[in-house]
Design a protein around this ligand. Structure first.
Ligand code: GSH
Length: 262
């Protein structure tokens, strides 16, 4: 039975899952939920994830959501080649890096997308948010560089969980003009990571849809899109100087919060 991954090519969370499956040579069908981003995506997809977020994974009778849990499932079900280090410390560290990227780095790119694609802020307000985003990214690059050290990969000798968790975000940051310096060790790592077929495939899929983002602000203005301001994204916007963005979005009804589960 074909494995189904509900995804969006620009979602870093979905990219983690696709890279993990491609690294293991597991075949899957990637599906983009109809009306993702509207707050009312298609029902079939909602059955696999009542949160209405990509990625979700359907493996026969099993439906899973949340990229961290899905990647763990993939590792448990298809152990070879291993993506999680065997050593308990290295394993814990890889999970820590994944968590930092998913919760602290993701909102930086997401916030820049709110400005660039969804036109939430202009002028001074936009410049303030952009400057904060750039600074925050530099801080995380320092943290990452300390963990990478002189290693080829974050987890040691093999490409693994930490690497596949960092690369979607750093590619996104590069697209936002705040990527790591190319000559730095982190920049060199990014170049290496992008040479892997699994990563190149997901980066190519992301690049193919980026052009369709040009007019996406119109979907916000017309009310077709309601952006999800959930947990760390909401906090990022407020913490980085965008409280007015949140208030305006609530007033205009073009932002929403997480689905309540049933
Ligand atoms: N913690 C979740 C986060 C997933 C998530 O936030 N996905 C976003 C795309 S990057 C989404 O589908 N949002 C729904 C929407 O915008 O309507 C994971 O790791 O999978």
């Amino acid at each position: 039975m074909t494995l189904i991954v509900y995804e969006h090519p620009l979602s870093p969370y979905a990219q983690k899952v696709k890279i993990a499956l491609d690294e293991k040579g597991v075949a899957y069908e990637a599906k983009m939920p109809v009306a993702i981003g509207s707050g009312q995506p298609d029902r079939e997809f909602l059955k696999s994830n009542p949160r209405g977020e990509v990625p979700s994974l359907i493996d026969g009778d099993v439906s899973l959501f949340d990229s961290t849990i899905i990647v763990e499932y993939i590792e448990d079900k298809w152990p070879e080649p291993a993506l999680f280090p065997k050593d308990p410390v290295a394993r814990a560290m890889a999970r820590t890096i994944e968590d930092v990227m998913d919760t602290s780095f993701e909102p930086i790119n997401w916030g820049l997308g709110e400005i660039k694609w969804f036109r939430r802020a202009q002028g001074e307000r936009a410049r303030t948010l952009e400057a904060r985003a750039s600074n925050q990214a530099r801080g995380i690059y320092e943290w990452l560089a300390r963990h990478l050290g002189d290693g080829e990969w974050f987890g040691g000798e093999r490409f693994g969980l930490a690497d596949l968790s960092v690369v979607p975000y750093l590619n996104g940051a590069r697209g936002n003009g705040i990527g790591p310096d190319e000559s730095s060790k982190l920049g060199q790592w990014l170049k290496r990571a992008n040479q892997r077929p699994s990563v190149a495939k997901s980066a190519k899929a992301a690049a193919a849809v980026v052009t369709s983002m040009t007019d996406v602000h119109k979907a916000i203005e017309s009310g077709v899109f309601k952006r999800e301001y959930r947990d760390h994204r909401l906090e990022w916007m407020i913490r980085s100087g965008g409280l007015d963005v949140v208030l305006e979005g609530i007033e205009k009804g073009n932002i929403r919060f997480s689905n309540e589960l049933r």
